[in-house]
Design a protein around this ligand. Structure first.
Ligand code: ZN
Length: 398
């Protein structure tokens, strides 16, 4: 019996809570024989779970607690239980028993020999009462291979201006988000439930662009941005672009293999032209060889000398919201605000030069008045922030 594992990060869209889990997939023999090492990828990328049959177990990364157990048949979830509660980490006996029954094949690990149906293995009686269709899964056997398939490493900076490190430090995984909530619960995930690309038929005159990971309405938005680019910039070469739904917050980014990532923020931009503009931005990076991402370096704290009034106001408002501060003159507010604008890590001068160049061109082609107020403010902030980072990077010879 083969077991496949992957680290997954899930997010509750409403509460913005993040959690990370180790996802262990135990496919049925037939499914494993067919898809083997692509089991994890199929399960995560496809909305139909790649037709997965077997057991999915989510475990907390640090505590190794089992957080959720689900059983699947042909991509459809049959049963499942979430063992962690938002308020109370202790697990009820009933839930624990239920989970144990779902994951009964895992218990075979403790056995000394392969089991046949309904046999005692000393400590555990393996019971198959809940669904006969699962016989093929719980046929006993050994865990003879663990295949770990981590996500490809991506260390660029998104259009939100954050590197992976910065993004991680701005979010707090807390292991309470249900990675696979039942219908009707509040908890939506944007990682393990990505959708397929909802019918991307070719039309004549459409450039040759590959799309992946978008649902139907997202795909429509991306395609109309492509059309808009085609109309605005007939000389822009769009052929061969690969565009994929990116994870997490932010608008856009580019993966190491040159795929454009459009993230959740992209689809929340108020205007269609904002989306055209962000897509143009990423294409500009790509076509001008701006792939110089690279690691971020810690530096001695650099405090920006000049902060435009709008940016100061914007950041102070964020701080007030985040820390429930009401007094505009509080020392706390000033302190948190100073911390927030301080630069404590940089990538490289070249990196920020590329960003500033791209934004400068972007502003010529998509001037302030043409894009939404939201996106304009975001752009102003990013430009200012990259200017500060460039100063700090140069100061430190990066
Ligand atoms: Zn950029």
């Amino acid at each position: 019996m083969n077991v496949y594992q992957k680290l997954v990060i899930v997010k509750d869209v409403k509460s913005e809570r993040m959690s990370q889990y180790i996802l262990t997939l135990i496919p049925s023999k037939a499914y494993d024989a067919r898809y083997g090492s692509s089991v994890c990828g199929r399960f995560i990328i496809r909305s139909d779970k790649g037709g997965f049959s077997g057991v999915a177990v989510y475990s907390c990364v640090y505590s190794a607690y089992t957080a959720r157990v689900d059983t699947y048949k042909d991509g459809v979830k049959r049963e499942g239980v979430f063992l962690l509660n938002h308020t109370d980490r202790s697990v009820s006996d009933t839930k624990a028993d239920y989970a144990r029954s779902l994951v009964s094949s895992l218990q075979i690990l403790r056995g000394r020999r392969p089991l046949s149906r309904g046999e005692y293995d000393g400590d555990y009686y393996v019971d198959y009462t809940y669904d006969d269709t699962y016989d093929e899964i719980y046929d006993g056997g050994w865990f003879d291979e663990i295949v770990v398939t981590p996500d490809p490493i991506w260390d660029g900076v998104g259009a939100d201006g954050m590197t992976n490190d910065e993004w991680m430090s701005s979010t707090t995984p807390d292991s309470t988000v249900d990675p696979s909530p039942e219908d009707g619960t509040s908890n939506e995930t944007d990682d393990v439930t990505t959708s397929d690309n909802g019918g991307n038929q070719e039309q004549s005159g459409e450039p040759d662009v590959q799309f992946s990971g978008f649902n139907a309405s997202e795909l429509q938005k991306v395609k109309s941005a492509i059309t808009s680019l085609q109309q605005r910039f007939p000389n822009l070469n769009l052929n061969g672009l690969r565009i994929q739904k990116g994870k997490w917050n932010g608008n856009g980014g580019i993966s190491k293999d040159g795929t454009i990532l459009l993230k959740n923020g992209y689809f929340n931009l108020p205007l269609a032209l904002d989306r055209t503009c962000v897509l143009w931005h990423e294409i500009y990076h790509l076509q001008n060889g701006h792939n110089a991402g690279g690691e971020s370096h810690s530096i001695p704290r650099y405090d920006p000398k000049v902060v435009p009034e709008e940016i100061e106001l914007r950041i102070k408002n964020e701080v007030k919201d985040d820390f429930n501060i009401t007094d505009d003159n509080s020392k706390e507010l000033e302190l948190y605000y100073r911390d927030r604008i301080a630069v404590i890590s940089v990538i490289s001068s070249e990196y920020y030069e590329n960003e500033l160049e791209t934004y400068e061109k972007e502003k010529e082609l998509f001037p302030d008045g043409s894009i939404s107020e939201d996106y304009k403010n975001n752009r102003d902030y990013n430009v200012w922030m990259y200017e500060q980072k460039l100063i700090a990077a140069r100061n430190n010879n990066y």
